[in-house]
Design a protein around this ligand. Sequence first.
Ligand SMILES: CC(C)(COP(=O)(O)OP(=O)(O)OC[C@H]1O[C@@H](n2cnc3c(N)ncnc32)[C@H](O)[C@@H]1OP(=O)(O)O)[C@@H](O)C(=O)NCCC(=O)NCCSC(=O)C[C@H](O)C(=O)O
Ligand SMILES: [Mg+2]
Length: 282
Amino acid sequence: MDLETRPYRSVLYIPASKERALEKARGLTIDAIIFDLEDAVAPEEKVAARTTLAEALKRSYGQRARIVRINALESEWGVEDAKAVSEMDCDAILLPKVDSPAHLDALAEITDKPLWAMMETPMGMLNAKEIAAHPRLEGMVMGTNDLAKELNARFRADRLPMMTGLGLCVLAAKAFGKVIVDGVYNAFKDDDGLQTECSQGRDMGMDGKTLIHPAQVEITNAAFAPDETEINLARRQIEAFEEAKAAGQGVAVVDGKIVENLHVDTARKTLARAEAIAALAS
Ligand SMILES: CC(C)(COP(=O)(O)OP(=O)(O)OC[C@H]1O[C@@H](n2cnc3c(N)ncnc32)[C@H](O)[C@@H]1OP(=O)(O)O)[C@@H](O)C(=O)NCCC(=O)NCCSC(=O)C[C@H](O)C(=O)O
Ligand SMILES: [Mg+2]
């Protein structure tokens, strides 16, 4: 599966030190996993967590993308994390608190793995374009907890204080064809709040959302997948446009709205996305 078609609806963080959670993930309907060596692991457990993770990755996680978040390279663990993860059976390395492409350059010197960037600092927001343009970068992950901390912003249901940063990162990721997944929703027992935040992220163009608990998976998978109404509309748009084209016209009308070439492109992507999700499930 290539980057363009691989679904990243649900991306679950798992503390690399927690064997039970590492095992549990093998049975969850998640598109990707972030195995965390950074914030979810206490300092005294960091070195042992590398070994625990290396062992866990020797067994299959099926089709789920396996991304490992290391500690910052400036920290006492970062460089050793990067070297150790380079030898592990995983799909990418995620670097926290990326401020500029220079941070990615430093990691690229240590590893050949594809790179992902945590977007969670004010400087990272300002440099989102240059970070997204990095040739080794595959994806961006919003770190909305760190961003709120750095901004001294308040958490609000509408995420207004985050919007500039979220918008800059979505623009940057889309401009350079990179994956972008939204930040976590901390209140993991609040389904309504999660649903609202998923809908907002999807409306903005996020490819999916990062999660902290298995209870968040179902809502997120549904929110970032095309639903029956969207699939049905996409099919009708393509059909109507093909008919219009055959009749020598460049525009069709479906449900009272015009359908042009560009809408057909979106419709085809919607169907391709639905097919990719169905293929993952089979
Ligand atoms: C939040 C938690 C500490 C809650 O854990 P727990 O009390 O164990 O929850 P439950 O008893 O409800 O768990 C039920 C079962 O589910 C498993 N479980 C729980 N969480 C996970 C998980 N993340 N992945 C896989 N499996 C999980 C439990 O083991 C139970 O299994 P079983 O006993 O077999 O039934 C906990 O959920 C947790 O630690 N979550 C992850 C926290 C984390 O990773 N934080 C760091 C990432 S967030 C971040 O840093 C974002 C960014 O950088 C930013 O700045 O915003
Ligand atoms: Mg963070």
